[in-house]
Design a protein around this ligand. Structure first.
Ligand code: IPE
Length: 243
């Protein structure tokens, strides 16, 4: 049994304070993850660490940079956050190890993403919990672009043949028009109206893009908030199930 879990940047950081970890949420998440006794890969977002550096340097998932200083600034901030996340997990007794996508992933000239999944499979086989993060990655013809944690989730879920995927975010699930959490989504058409249509283009955030990507996975995916994390870890169905 393999689980892929993303901790959104808004969960593990204080989004309004530059480069500030949300210690309370992070230790809650670490305690929850410590209860997992099967394979799990953790990915965290950028929150108040990565996004402002990316914006400052005009780098996005599609706008690249050849400025190595910009790459070091974005990657450096994400490494700092990763160290905090890995540290909190270790303190909770998790066999967490850092994996930095800048050194383990790239995009080709068609923007297709490659991630060294063999290395992650070996880590899992040896009992480690790899902890990846949204990052900046080299991108053929564009220099370097942003790789969001959500993109990593999608790439790893299928490559590692995950059984369950969890996206722990700032909201308790996908809301309908009345702001009630939708239990289950199995087709984008059913929710296109409430999510703002199928042509929404944002890939580093936004519920429409998240749902569309998660619908494409083999494994069931769940979107929930920090209050749903224990339930997810226990194999229950918090928030919105997407399959
Ligand atoms: C963004 O990752 C990473 C950088 C800006 C370097 P995500 O897009 O996954 O981050 P959150 O979860 O939305 O904060």
């Amino acid at each position: 049994m393999t689980t892929v879990l993303k901790l959104g940047g808004s969960v593990v950081t204080d989004k309004d304070e530059p480069e500030t970890v949300d210690e309370r949420n992070l230790s809650r998440a670490a305690e929850a993850i410590a209860a997992v006794d099967e394979d799990i890969v953790v990915i965290h977002g950028g929150g108040s660490f990565g996004h402002h550096h990316a914006a400052e340097h005009g780098v996005s998932t599609t706008d690249g940079t050849h400025d190595s200083g910009a790459i070091r600034a974005i990657h450096g901030a994400m490494k700092d956050l990763n160290e905090a996340v890995v540290g909190a997990l270790a303190e909770a007794g998790v066999s967490a190890v850092p994996v930095h996508p800048f050194s383990a992933a790239h995009r080709d000239s068609k923007s297709d993403l490659s991630v060294s999944t063999d290395r992650l499979a070996t880590m899992l086989g040896e009992g480690f919990v790899p902890v990846l993060h949204g990052d900046v990655v080299v991108h053929e013809n564009l220099g370097a672009t942003i790789l969001s944690g959500d993109e990593i989730v999608v790439a790893l879920a299928d490559a590692l043949d995950a059984d369950r995927v969890g996206v722990c975010s700032a909201v308790p699930g996908v809301y309908d028009a009345e702001k009630t959490v939708i239990d289950r989504i199995d087709s984008f058409d059913d929710v296109a109206d409430v999510l703002g249509g199928s042509d929404a283009t944002d890939v580093t955030g936004g519920m429409a893009a998240k749902v569309r990507e998660l619908l494409g996975l083999d494994a069931p995916a769940y979107i929930f908030d920090i209050d749903g994390l224990d339930e997810f870890i226990a194999g229950e169905n918090p928030g919105t199930r997407i399959d």
